[in-house]
Design a protein around this ligand. Structure first.
Ligand SMILES: Cc1ncc(COP(=O)(O)O)c(C=O)c1O
Length: 365
């Protein structure tokens, strides 16, 4: 029995499993004895090209950090309406798409409600469901990480309030075929399609929003636009749901710097999308290089990362060996992923170093 103030805490949260983030890169650099500048950070699917140079220029000149941002996100929603083709009344912004995923869960899921989740997948869906007191219904993906629509349909009951689906999926990188997505939407339960990697895949379900009022789409500026550190994402919803989300969200949830950065990024789309093209080309180069290594099996990816299965050796140990050489990658101590590492796509020079280092490790592995 907890003592003191903890005894007032919601019991189910006393043993809550936190979302596990990698250790900060400066700590990992220190541990490896390598200067931070030399570290190749490919563990969190960030954009190593950074944001549009317009973002850095405008933020350096900004003198309104003492003023709250527009609570209604008017300019933000207008720009995103032009970008997505969806009306501003359907758009909600948040401090990272994580915050929006959490907000969606809070809107639909209460104590004892059920959420369908296709695992392995992005862990925030589990995290938010459990924080809200919901029950996670886990449907296993197959050996190629494809979803099992029939099992999803069977899993749905009166208490099911929400389905989460990342497309492309993370950390596996695969897309769900359109016909399967339509079958999922036909189930009729509110369905959140997480398109965090949309700009890399070029595939979206947004046009289906007209036909499916249960469809919600979530995206982020963290990956393609290089704004992970400023925390900004958005979602597209039926107008009534967007209105409810605006009502339950914390006011001013996107800060002035992030709003300004989005505004400038949207004015520099050609530059940013050219960077995306380079990253996609590097993804294909990395995939081809990994495929040549007999001890690794990379999974095809439509995102800015590649999941890679080890055919021999231990993935946690490989992560450590790479860290010693200044390359930070992601290892998930989770079912179905224990023998995998995930590599984000960096700049062209990073691809070469990563492949060379893996070849060296592989020769003595
Ligand atoms: C599938 C997926 N959704 C959402 C996010 C979170 O993005 P944000 O930085 O916008 O919170 C990530 C981040 O890795 C992700 O992989």
């Amino acid at each position: 029995m907890p003592e003191g103030i903890e005894k007032y805490v919601r019991k189910e949260l006393l043993t809550f499993g936190a979302y596990s983030s990698p250790k900060a890169s400066d700590k990992q650099a220190e541990q490896a004895g390598i200067p931070l500048k030399k570290i190749i950070k490919i563990d969190q699917n960030e954009n190593l090209f950074g944001p549009s140079p317009r973002v850095n220029r405008i933020l350096a000149k900004n003198n309104s950090f003492n003023i709250y941002p527009d609570a209604e996100q008017t300019a933000f929603r207008k720009q995103l309406s032009e970008y997505t083709g969806v009306g501003p009344e359907c758009i909600v912004g948040a401090s990272g798409s994580n915050q929006l995923l959490d907000l969606i869960t809070r809107l639909f899921v209460g104590e004892g409600d059920r959420v369908v989740n296709c695992v392995p997948t992005f862990d925030i869906y589990r995290f938010s469901t459990q924080v809200c007191g919901g029950k996670l219904v886990e449907i296993q993906r197959d050996e190629n990480f494809a979803i099992d629509v029939k099992a999803m349909r069977r899993a749905v009951d009166k208490k099911t309030k929400l389905i989460f689906l990342a497309n492309p999926n993370a950390p596996t990188g695969n897309l769900t075929p359109r016909k399967d997505l339509i079958e999922v939407l036909e189930i009729g339960i509110p369905t959140c399609i997480d398109e965090a990697y949309y700009e890399f895949s070029g595939v979206t379900v947004v046009p289906l929003m007209k036909r499916y009022p249960n469809l919600m789409v979530v995206r982020t500026f963290s990956k393609w636009a290089g704004l992970a550190g400023l925390r900004v994402g958005y979602g597209l919803f039926p107008p009534a749901v967007a209105d409810l989300l605006h009502r339950i969200k914390i006011p001013y949830n996107i800060n002035v710097a992030a709003l300004t950065a989005v505004q400038e990024s949207m004015l520099d789309l050609d530059y940013l999308m050219n960077r995306v093209k380079v990253i996609v080309a590097e993804r294909d180069k990395l995939y081809a290089g990994l495929k040549k290594m007999p001890w690794l099996t990379p999974y095809p990816s439509k995102a800015n990362f590649i999941l890679c299965k080890l055919l021999k050796g231990n993935a946690a140990e490989l992560q450590d060996k790479l860290q010693e050489k200044g390359i930070l990658v992601r290892y998930f101590a989770k079912p179905r992923l224990e023998n995998c590492i995930r590599l984000s796509i960096g700049k062209p020079e990073h691809t070469d170093i990563v492949l060379q280092t893996l070849r060296e490790i592989g020769s003595s592995w």
